[in-house]
Write a protein that binds this ligand. Sequence first.
Ligand SMILES: C[S@@+](CC[C@H](N)C(=O)[O-])C[C@H]1O[C@@H](n2cnc3c(N)ncnc32)[C@H](O)[C@@H]1O
Length: 310
Amino acid sequence: MSSEVPTENPSPAEVPDDAEEKMNSNDSKDEKGETGSGKAETAIVMSKKQMKKLMKQKQWEEQKDLRRQKRKEKRQKRKLERQQLESNNEGSARKRIRRDVVPSTLRLIIDCSFDNLMALKDVKKLHKQIQRCYAENRKALHPVQFYLTSHGGQLKNNMNENDKGWVNWKDIHITSEHYNELMKKEDLVYLTSDSPEVLNELDETKAYVIGGLVDHNHHKGVSYKKALEQGIDHAQLPLGNFVKMNSRKVLAVNHVFEIILSYLEKRDWKEAFFSVLPQRKGASPLGEANDASKCELHEEEAGEDNSDND
Ligand SMILES: C[S@@+](CC[C@H](N)C(=O)[O-])C[C@H]1O[C@@H](n2cnc3c(N)ncnc32)[C@H](O)[C@@H]1O
């Protein structure tokens, strides 16, 4: 590196190899008082000067590694300081976002009482959908009061085996109890695509229930039947107002959950649907000839439970 070599240093070509030798021999001549002409003295003085330069250069070379090491340490220190500064900034940004969070009073329940209707591979999918709901709720601007009720059986075993951390999940009530034991009957609204009632507005004093089921539509209408049997209110999401349906509008658990979260933030169903439903689920805008505010949800994709988490 050019900065390592002082500019006043002579290049090796400028320093005669025999300088030291010459100097020694001349010095000994001096001691003996045998110094010759003024010309010779000049030669000796020049050689001494060059010798000094040579020594300096030698020293410079010897300390090269030390200097390199020091520069490296300085660079690392600066990098560390930069990283610390960045993480502090991120931290305060996160804190800022957390400060903006206003939890909703709306209770959102995933009813896990359908455990025995599912094969293990579908229980595993439900587990992933629940993980997704948990993560989205933790990030949400208006997180809901999240409940997992009737928790047990295959789902609990699978969570214990594959995600032991669930016992430390925050801001969620996970219980083996049925939602009937936790909520007033009049507060409950079962969300089901088979209900003739359409949910136009969310009531944040209510407890909405999502059936914890991945069934590829093998158990048609099971959550609607349950709501009727228990005599509790029920409603479907207002998909029909914004999405042209070919037939049934059955969504995956996490999609229903995320649509609710999104609606609480945007207060606009259309935006909530299209921010959550992936295009490959069939939520695609209609052409010019149609109502542009509507989208089409293809039956086969809508009926599929959740390719996102498969
Ligand atoms: C995959 S679906 C289960 C379908 C199942 N065959 C049934 O009848 O409930 C999972 C849950 O999401 C909710 N869900 C799905 N689509 C919905 C919609 N369009 N409106 C309201 N809730 C819906 C229901 O609570 C449903 O139990």
